[in-house]
Design a protein around this ligand. Structure first.
Ligand code: UD1
Ligand code: CA
Length: 475
């Protein structure tokens, strides 16, 4: 099963708008890539959030973009989302102001806001905040969490009666002014009654160390206007942590990685060296399969029962239907049927289909080809743009010459053909059934069924002409 299948959301009602803030540059990542496109288990950060939102909300999420706008929008193209452009990134509060017209036009009664750099927020978090806000009839609500080291997070300051007073950003926190440092911090997930938000949103000022409009200032503005502010404390919750630095990216990736692996183990997948197994969030694995780390399996790969994946393999967007993949194999957009053996050291490129009981051995590269049932390519070969029938034997060092410098051409190898070692098949070419190719041939013309194709110069033996003849063993 897929890992997120059992995470049920609310869903949030259509009168609740959802806004994702994703315009920032992510300076602390030190990368030209917009931060929200940094990957965890080969999926962009924003993918996780939009995936959660598409399963939680009835309304189309709104995404504020800015830095790397078109790249971010392209990366979200598989999701339903509306984009709002924040030309200059003047702070999270400014991002909300820029989105306000759009929110207003859509007439939402409630608004939920999420930071694009908090990828592992789950439907349960959204549900908990939503219920907290609704039950307490709050105007402003946010989810807080507990950290031993509050680091760069906004501190939640409460008054003596326990009510939330304000959120102070890390850089503005001053022990003399705000008292002892606290462990309760702002997760960035927040919700507003839009009629209340309207009254305070444009009151934000940039009177702070970063000269930005902080969304978090809305907490104190609401408090001062006598509105009801509610913080839902999620405790020590790794899923709510943000990603601002490479270290935090690795930390969050490790968290989701271990969640995914543990889930599959619980479901009956045998995963050896589990700490070294990386499985993407869309991968489907059936119980009864076995995987030995280190291994990476990404994209929409699917591994069915009885499959075995040995260590050091990389598998992406591929279907392993009960076959065995031996160490150090690299498999992308390929299908491997039952009783098939691939590797060690095999490379299957996009469009490869290995049919039942076929075999691709060490240092074999296959691309855009189907290999028929029971056919064997055991050593050192390149097979490209080929349709291969059943029970074919491909000798070591066989190469399909599929490219003439301008176009790719097809090779057809029919059932039960035997290809001798070190053969070059110059496409387009057809080897009809039960034909045999002599080792070392360069085949440029079709070979009829049951014929022997020889394409090499005849061997000559020149008697007595070996240069070695005058040398003794000890010379
Ligand atoms: C923010 C919160 C902080 C909280 C933390 C949780 C503010 C002022 N601070 O801090 O209280 O503890 O998240 O992770 O909100 N963005 C825009 N436009 C901008 C600026 C930022 O869209 O003009 C986006 C960023 O792309 C990012 C998100 O808003 O996805 C949060 O911004 P970031 O600068 O990372 O805020 P933090 O300093 O982490
Ligand atoms: Ca952040």
């Amino acid at each position: 099963m897929m890992i997120f299948e059992d995470q049920k959301g609310l869903p949030l009602s259509p009168e609740t708008g959802v806004l994702v803030l994703a315009a920032g540059k992510g300076t602390r990542m030190h990368s030209p890539l917009p931060k929200v496109l940094q990957k965890l288990l080969d999926k962009p950060m924003l993918w996780y959030l939009l995936n959660t939102l598409n399963r939680t909300c009835s309304s189309r999420p709104m995404v504020v973009t800015g830095h790397g706008r078109s790249q971010v929008e392209d990366a979200c193209s598989s999701f339903m989302a509306d984009f709002i452009y924040q030309e200059r990134q003047l702070g999270t509060g400014h991002a909300l102001q820029v989105a306000w017209d759009h929110i207003n036009k859509r007439g939402f009664k409630w608004l939920m806001v999420l930071n694009g750099d908090t990828p592992l927020i789950s439907p349960q978090h959204i549900k908990a905040l939503w219920e907290g806000v609704r039950d307490k009839d709050a105007d402003v609500g946010f989810m807080s969490l507990e950290l031993d080291d509050p680091g760069n997070y906004g501190r939640v300051i409460r008054s003596e009666d326990g009510r939330v007073k304000e959120v102070i950003e890390a850089r503005d926190f001053d022990a003399d002014m705000h008292g002892q440092d606290v462990s309760e911090v702002n997760s960035g997930l927040c919700a507003f009654r839009t009629s209340s938000l309207r009254k305070i949103l444009f009151e934000l000022d940039s009177d702070n160390k970063q000269n930005e409009l902080y969304l978090t200032q809305l907490v104190s503005l609401a408090q001062k206007s006598g509105m009801n502010v509610e913080a839902v404390n999620a405790g020590r919750c790794s899923g709510l942590l943000g990603v601002n630095t490479p270290g935090e990216l690795i930390l969050q990736e490790e968290y989701i990685r271990s969640c995914i692996v543990s889930k599959f183990v619980e479901q009956g997948v045998i995963i050896r060296s589990p700490d070294m197994v990386r499985i993407g969030p869309e991968v489907y694995i059936e119980p009864g399969s076995e995987i030995t780390g280190p291994v990476e399996i990404y994209g929409k790969s699917s591994i069915s029962s009885l499959s075995r994946i040995f260590s050091h393999c990389y598998i992406e967007d591929s279907f392993i239907d009960g076959g065995q993949v031996f160490c150090f194999s690299h498999i992308v957009e390929s299908v491997i049927d039952s009783h098939t053996r691939v590797g060690p050291y095999a490379r299957l490129r996009p469009g490869t289909k290995m049919q039942k009981g076929s075999r691709a051995g060490n240092f074999v590269e296959i691309k855009n080809s189907s290999v028929g049932a029971g056919s064997k390519i055991n050593h050192l070969s390149y097979i490209g743009d080929t349709v291969m029938g059943e029970e074919v034997n491909v000798g070591a060092g066989t190469i399909t010459c599929n490219y003439d410098g301008r176009a790719k051409h097809k090779t057809v190898i029919q059932d039960r053909v035997f290809i001798g070692s070190n053969t070059a098949l110059v496409a387009p070419v057809v080897l009809q059934q039960k034909s045999m190719i002599a080792a070392g041939s360069t085949i440029t013309r079709d070979v009829p069924g049951e014929s022997l194709g020889i394409g090499r110069s005849r061997q000559k033996n020149l008697e007595g002409r070996s240069p070695l003849k005058n040398f003794d063993k000890n010379d």
